[in-house]
Design a protein around this ligand. Structure first.
Ligand SMILES: [Zn+2]
Length: 382
């Protein structure tokens, strides 16, 4: 008796009276399902309509609600089974359903190869034009491939870029492997500064690092274009950090730089306030607090009132009502000089922000690692 005959009978009729018998019966059925699928895949289909028809037939044969093999097993094996046997049959039936789902009959259309037609690019010997195969039917529907989407960090970066592009900034980029001169010295970061330590920076050799911020591009752009200059610099940066929920050895920054005559801190505040309102909504307020960076003077930290609770305190702002956004300041005169710009004629401001952190705040994500693990179940949500 084939397994297909057995599906039509009850366990009693088959003389199965213990869990072991049930188990081997179901094993036989799973094997049959697997074989049928493998057989179809190895045969392939001559064309797209046939492929769809064959796949649907196989799916229906096993999974159709009326008369599919799984329904029959439910009707003939599970429902009439004796009280003693029912738990074992139920377990096996659930496993069979999981197994059938794992065979992905629904997606089989994509897996099923179309039988090779002779390629049209194939070089035919001279004089064989008459033997040329009939042209492909271009009206047949094509192969559907799943579409990806934009990564949440990239999307965040583009949103930020768009705001500054509207303000007349342009996008500049630079190398990720950078000299210590551009990464540190030209930015007024002295030899003795702790950030130059081996434990903070990834060195390639004593004069070359993986850039620790996007700021070296400020100097490169000043050298290249001179003043006035309005740029934003998105890109990857690297630090000697162990990965945890808020740190990653690779992360994304966006740097902004404006250099012109008569630029003041008021321009900086106005621009960043506008930026925060564009990104988080008209209602948010910005807060500037004094800080220190070697390449700006004076320097500040910018926070925005929490866009979730409006400053009342909630989980997103850790009950403080404020969300730290970025560091900023007026470009240090020595940095302008290092970039070949006369600080007596020009001045400017700069800021730097973490794109990953922005995306985390915006989407209420608590682990930065999720961005870089490539788990489709996570990425599909964006
Ligand atoms: Zn809040």
């Amino acid at each position: 008796m084939t397994i297909y005959d057995k599906i039509g009978k009850t366990l009693q009729q088959l003389g199965i009276s213990d869990a072991q018998g049930v188990e081997s019966l179901f094993a036989e059925l799973r094997k049959a399902a697997e074989q049928e699928r493998a057989e179809l895949v190895s045969r392939g289909a001559p064309n797209q309509p046939q492929r769809e028809r064959l796949c649907k037939a196989l799916r229906d044969r096993w999974l159709a609600r009326k008369g599919g093999f799984l329904s029959q097993v439910d009707e003939n094996w599970l429902k009439p089974s004796s009280r003693d046997l029912k738990p074992a049959v139920g377990r096996q039936f659930n496993e069979l359903r999981r197994f059938a789902a794992g065979l992905e009959f629904e997606k089989l259309v994509e897996a099923l190869p179309l039988q090779q037609e002779p390629s049209q690019q194939e070089e035919l010997p001279l004089g064989s034009v008459a033997a040329r195969p009939a042209p492909r039917d271009l009206t047949l529907p094509g192969l559907r491939r799943p579409l990806g989407s934009i990564h949440p960090v990239t999307r965040m970066q583009r949103e930020i870029e768009d705001i500054f592009l509207r303000l007349g900034f342009w996008i500049e980029s630079g190398p990720e492997i950078e000299s210590t001169y551009y990464n540190f010295d030209a930015l007024n970061i002295p030899e003795t500064h702790p950030s130059r330590d081996d434990w903070d920076t990834l060195y390639i050799d004593s004069k070359t690092v993986l850039r620790t911020h996007t700021s070296p591009v400020q100097i490169r752009a000043m050298e290249k274009y001179g003043a006035p200059l309005y740029i934003i610099i998105p890109g990857k940066c690297y630090r000697h950090d162990n990965p945890d929920s808020t740190h990653s050895p690779m992360f994304h920054q966006i740097e902004g730089l404006a250099i012109d005559k008569d630029i003041t801190f008021a321009d900086l505040k106005g621009t960043l306030d506008f930026f925060a309102k564009m990104l988080f909504g008209e209602k948010v307020r910005t807060r500037f607090q004094p800080s220190f960076f070697p390449f700006t003077e004076p320097s500040g930290e910018v926070a925005v009132s929490c866009f979730v609770c409006d400053g009342q305190g909630c989980r997103v702002c850790k009950e403080s009502g404020w969300i730290e956004l970025m560091g900023c300041g007026m470009v240090h005169p020595q940095v302008l000089r290092n970039g070949g710009i006369d600080p007596d004629k020009y001045c400017g401001w700069a800021f730097g922000l973490g794109v990953d952190r922005f995306a985390m705040v915006k989407h209420d994500i608590h682990d930065i690692q999720l961005f870089f693990q490539g788990d489709v179940r996570f990425l599909e949500q964006f």
